[in-house]
Structure formats: structure tokens, C-alpha cells
Design a protein around this ligand. Sequence first.
Ligand code: DC
Length: 503
Amino acid sequence: MPTLARDKRGLVVALDGPASSGKSSVGAAAAAELGYRFCDTGLLYRAVTWLALHRVVSVDDPAGLVRLVAEIVLLDDGNGRLSRVAIDGVDRTNDVRRPDVDVAVSAVSGVAELRQALLARQRALADGGRIVMAGRDIGTVVLPDADLKLFLDASVEERARRRAVERRVDPGSPEGIEILQELGRRDRLDSTRLVAPLRAAEDAVVIKTDGNEFETTVELVVRAIREAEGEPSTKPAPAATAPATAVAAGTPARASRTKRPPAEPTRIATRLGFLIRLGSAVLRVIARAIVRLRIEGDLSALPRSGPLIVAGNHASSADPVLIGAFLNGILGRPLNWLGKRELVEYPLTGWAFRRAGIHPVDRDAADLEAFRTAMRILEAGQVLAVFPEGTRSRDGGLQKVREGVGMLALRSGASVLPVAVIDSDLMWPRGRLLPRWGRRVTVRYGKPFRVEDEQPKVRAGEKRDRRASTEAATRLIMTRIAELLPRRQRGVYAAEAEARSVR
Ligand code: DC
């Protein structure tokens, strides 16, 4: 271990954090303001990865990867910032930031021998002090004795949004979602690898950057370093009171924004176990006691295996029961649902809801979180039931929906089973505590279909307009639901449904 410079006017600062948390840009800017040197250690791993891809060196060849290290040189921008990298004398900074390197770098950086080989280099750089060193394991492994450890953090959604904006992509577009998924994958790999996983050191000051302007975060980092410089004990004031906790979000003056940790995920329901059968049987008896229920459609044609999206209109609180308690028996497999996290957190019912295949979704994280959970269910080949409208309709008619369901159908390739729950709003209107007895409600199932089969084929060499396809897929699904509904309930999709029925 090197002896770190303890000169209080020139500290060794470890700056860790997940991908796209802003370590490199924030670290470089803060270092410039303070007259510190800066080193982005991610460049070392990226450069090895880039070389390994070019020389076709596999991650199963640790010695081969270690040999590449000698060819890599970090470049000083003239102001002491090591923010560029040269390989064989050529500046490759832009090349090592390309998406193919993004995809491969986590696996390469999980190779213990390589990390060991880079360790001495990184420590030697820090030896002179007065440096901000950015990476994943600087505070935990490379410089455990650093004078100040900072951990920049932001939700994966926020980081994906920033990266999308950087690349001039709409964060809600399919490309935006792809960026989000890729970041999530890298987070998982970086934080679960066996050697030097990404985590905040116990004595790190965690700076939450959700919602911050870039300048705000730079200011927070500069302030933390200045405070640390002023303290001969070398520990910054915020860390002393709140180690490894969020100390700042928003403006530097604002107190920490407490964000609930994500809810424990529910296991995907794959089997009609005893509890689901029993619960459904009880609900069926209750439903039949209250409602004159009719179930229509060619039930023998419903897919009993493979990923399936059951998409229905939503006009009453009874809808999930009127579909779920009956359909799981018909399909011979359970349905998975997305629900607000409170459902699975109520002490008694929470337990039951989890077993009923309800997956918690955070309202704050909204669509992206829900989308990922939904994709997991479909990728597992299971049934996902959704109400694309999100909330119950106020007048019983279909409301305009966002594009999630169409994107889900396209991305997963799952079949879609449209279902209409007719007159449930008259049986149990919004705002009424109890349902009305003896009303007729019909649950009508349509023909399952795959969205891709219904879209115009793209000719070889042509590129599909992803946004237009997603819109068309969503419209198609909603139109299929509308066709099953009486005119009164077709709402904003009435015109589409009628146009199709006269064709
Ligand atoms: O910060 P970045 O995205 O440029 O880093 C690229 C990769 O390098 C990242 O996926 C994890 C790895 N890395 C590491 O394992 N340890 C470091 N100190 C820095 C980066």
C-alpha cells in the first residue's frame, strides 16, 4: 500500500459510482475547479476491452488480457486530467466508449488477474496526492486509505435518461428503453462480480444526483473536498454524521431526499399451486353470488403455453377478479399482474397477493420499472395480465392509452389475448363502496394474435420505423379490445373498432 499524501491541501479522493452516474465528467470538473489531478480508471478497463476485442483475446485467457495492459497509456490533457487513453500511441478515447466496448467491458473487468495487474498502476498514480480518482472500487480496493471517499449514485432510470439525452434519443423510445436495459445489465454485472464488486465503501459519502443539474453535483463534490481539506482528521463533516448514506440531492443546501428501497420482487407465478386454486375457487363463488356472470369466447383456442399478454378494458375494481379467478383455470396456468407496491406490503393481504402473482411496481419509478418486470414475466414464457388504460375508466368507455402494451407485445413476441369486461362499471361503479347485486356482467374473450403477424412486412434493406410500429401495435391491441365491447364502452377507440367491423 502506498503512503498517501496527507497534506490537507491536497487530498487523495476516491470517486466511485455506477455507469453513467457522472463520475468522469463531474470528477474532472471538480478537479479542475480545485486544481487537482484527475484519473478516470474506467478508461483502463475500457482500453483493455477494446484491445481484447481487436486481438480476439477471450475473458477465459487472463494471462492474455494481462499482457495487453502494457500497451495502454493514460493521457494528460495538459491540466493534469487523465481523461484520455492511448493504445499503441494512438488516441483511442472515442473508440473505447463505443457500444461494443460497453457490452463487453463488464465481463473483462470481472477478471481477477487483470484487476490485480491494474492495481499497482492506479495506486502509483495516486501516490502523489492531490487527485480525484474515479472508478468502481477505488474507495473499497484500490485506495482503501483515501482521505475522502465519495460515491455518486442515481437511479438507473435517471442515468438512462441522461445517457439517452446525451445520445439525442427520446428516453421513452425503444432506443431509450434499450439504453435502460443495458445499464441495468451492467449494474448487475458490476455489483455482483466476485472480485471488487461495485459498492459504496462503508466510510463513503454517498451523493444522490437524481434530479440534479450537472453544476449542482460538481458543486457538491467540490464542497465535500473543500470541507475535507479543512479537517486535519481528513474525514469530511457529512461523512462523520452519515457514512454511506445519501447526504445530498437537489441543491447542496437541501436535505437528503429519502427514496424507499425497491420492493422485494415477487416470484413469477408459473404453476397453479394449491393456494391459487383455493383462492380462485373462493373468489369464483363470491363473484357468482353477486353477479350474473357470462363468459364468452372460444375458450378451447386459448394458448396453454408460451408467453401471453392478457389485455383488457378496466372499468371496475371487480375486473381483475372477473378475469383472473376464472381464466387461470381455463388456461391451466396462473396469471401474473403488476400492482402498486402497497398491495404486497400490507401485512396480511401482502402475503396472499404475492402468491397470487402480483408484482410490485413503484409509482415513482413508473413505466420503466413496470416495463422491466413485465418483460421478465414474458421472457419466462408466462402469462401477464394488464389493463393498458392503467386506471379505471370514469365513464366505462376505453381511455387513450400510452404505448407500453404495444412495445411489450413487439419486444416479447408474446401472443395477445384481448378481453372485454362488459358492464362491470354498472355493477360496481367507481366511488361506490359495495357492488350492486344481481347485475349481468359479460367477460368476452377474443382471438389471440401476435402483433408482428398483423403488421405490414418490412422489405429487405428497409428499416422499420420503431416508433410507428409501437404506435400501430398499441392501436391494434386496443382496437381488438374495443371490438369485443358494446358501442357504449368503446370510448376513444370506437372509430377504429367500427372501421374494422365494416371492412
Ligand atoms: O466508468 P466506466 O463506465 O467508463 O467503466 C467501464 C467499466 O470498467 C465498468 O463496466 C466497470 C469497469 N471498471 C471497474 O471494474 N473498476 C474501475 N475502477 C473502473 C471501471
